[in-house]
Write a protein that binds this ligand. Structure first.
Ligand code: TTP
Ligand code: MG
Length: 455
């Protein structure tokens, strides 16, 4: 491990929600929840104002609505998130040639590989402060938390301790004591399932892990995970910052303590895996075309089954249904030792028809007749960008019964007025540009219809 705190971890604060608040001035300082709109939709992220009510990532949307009924519930605009992410990653690339993005809003930077290699601690903190200021400026108001440490693990823990909107440097030599009192789940990779196993061994804090032997952890969690956790408990981590590599697949698997033959239990595990996989997909701003299920039998042989969809999806109910169907095609009577769910065929745009399951009603969800497949089909989802010939740019506040309500405001305006239109109002269009943009066909010329005399 290195003796300087030269690994930097940056994580944007309440990323999707912060982009929404930037572009929708009336929502600044208010609870904002971005998430799936489907039947089984879950929260992607909640603004800090909404977190006060106990709303958080991966919570079912209906639960979020119950806890925070007055929040703005938005469907998400991946183009805007991806654009903000590019700006941020560009700033990080100025610090060092060695950066490793983990998702749209999170990356490691190895400062030892760049011009900052010889900086002392004070100068490193200053570098982080400057970075955060430039980031806020360049993104039009987003904030980030930055951690500095002697390893990837410490940098990530430090940024978590710095949240929100702060910097934290963990001095080399103080790592083990810094993490001792943190809950064990603060270790990246320790999720609810691992935590449940650990609590049975009496583990609450990271220091408690040090009471266990490596052999005990390996027995409980498997060789790779057990050994890794044993090292992290003492903050020992020598993984290098890996330059950007393309994400080709995302998967989640679990080895059971006892072989499982109960279809219902297996289906539930497949669903839980699908939820995690989809959450990581969303964090990466990606959509998947192929779903794979992997099963390992008691004799350690494995099979996998895949299905490729007609289009690319980021919807948990789709991934979950396909995974369960694939599982149904396997005879599990002999017992299952390991079950995994994965997605691949990753692309940056959804290609599936976007049906708003929860609110689909005649005339409620409008697909553009010939929506280009090159980008997410547009629909009057809450939060979507719209342009009106007379009122200019705004966003969908709500829709239903053949009408859509729009708030006319942008990042550059103050909070703007609200107006309601018929869904087929020719002056109103979905999208960000006014119609003269390069990737949009010019709108058909509009002539005032002579009002027909009423007979
Ligand atoms: P995070 O960095 O985990 O969360 P965050 O940026 O919203 O909040 P924090 O201030 O705590 O960092 O994830 C980044 C984005 O990824 C988040 O804004 C939305 C998306 N995401 C999902 O879509 N599903 C998830 O389960 C999580 C955790 C994140
Ligand atoms: Mg974040």
């Amino acid at each position: 491990m290195r003796s300087t705190a030269s690994i930097l971890h940056l994580d944007l604060d309440a990323f999707f929600a912060a982009v929404e608040q930037r572009d929708k001035p009336s929502l600044r300082g208010k609870p904002v929840i971005v998430g799936g709109v489907g039947l089984r939709g879950v929260v992607s992220t909640a603004s800090y104002e909404a977190r006060v009510f106990g709303v958080g990532s991966a919570m079912p949307m209906h639960e979020a609505r119950r806890r925070c009924p007055n929040a703005a519930f938005l469907a998400g605009r991946f183009d805007a998130y991806r654009q903000a992410s590019k700006v941020v990653m560009g700033l990080l690339a100025e610090l060092s040639p060695l950066i490793e993005p983990l998702s749209l809003d999170e990356a490691f930077v190895d400062l030892a590989a760049g011009p900052a290699r010889a900086l002392d601690e004070q100068a490193l903190v200053k570098l982080a402060a400057d970075l955060r200021a430039r980031l806020t400026e360049a993104t039009g108001g987003l904030t980030a938390s930055v951690g500095l440490g002697s390893s990837k693990f410490m940098a990530k823990v430090a940024s978590e301790l710095a949240k929100p909107d702060g910097v934290r440097l963990v001095s080399p030599g103080t790592e083990a004591e810094t993490i001792a009192d943190l809950p064990a789940r603060a270790i990246p990779g320790v999720g609810p399932a691992t935590m449940e196993r650990l609590s049975r061994l009496g583990v609450v804090r990271i220091a408690d892990l040090r009471e266990l032997s490596k052999a005990e952890l390996v027995r409980e969690l498997g060789k790779a995970a057990g050994e890794h956790l044993f090292e992290l408990a003492y903050a020992r981590d020598d993984r290098g910052v890996e330059p950007e590599r393309e994400t080709k697949s995302i998967s989640m698997e679990d080895t059971f303590e006892r072989d499982l033959a109960d279809r219902q239990v297996l289906a539930r595990v497949a669903e839980q895996h699908a939820e995690k996989v989809v959450s990581r997909l969303a964090k990466a701003g990606l959509f998947a075309r192929t779903v794979t299920v992997k099963v390992r039998w008691p004799d350690f042989s494995s099979v996998s089954r895949s299905r490729t969809l007609n289009g690319a999806t980021d919807r948990v109910e789709v991934v979950s249904q396909v995974a369960r169907a694939l599982l149904d095609g396997l005879d599990v009577a002999q017992g299952v030792r390991l079950l995994g769910v994965g997605v691949s065929g990753l692309v940056e745009v959804a290609q599936e028809p976007l049906f708003d399951l929860e609110v689909a009603a005649p005339g409620r969800v409008v697909e553009e007749a010939e929506a280009p497949v090159s980008r997410r089909p547009l629909a009057w989802l809450p939060g979507a960008d719209v342009v009106h010939d007379d009122y200019g740019r705004g966003w969908v506040w709500g829709s239903g019964l053949g009408r859509v309500t729009v708030r006319f405001e942008t990042a550059e305006t103050g909070p703007g007025p609200v107006r309601t239109f018929a869904l087929d109002d020719p002056a109103l269009r979905l999208g960000r540009d006014a119609g003269s943009g390069a990737d949009e066909d010019p709108p058909p010329a509009q002539f005032p219809e002579p009002s027909a005399p009423v007979p």
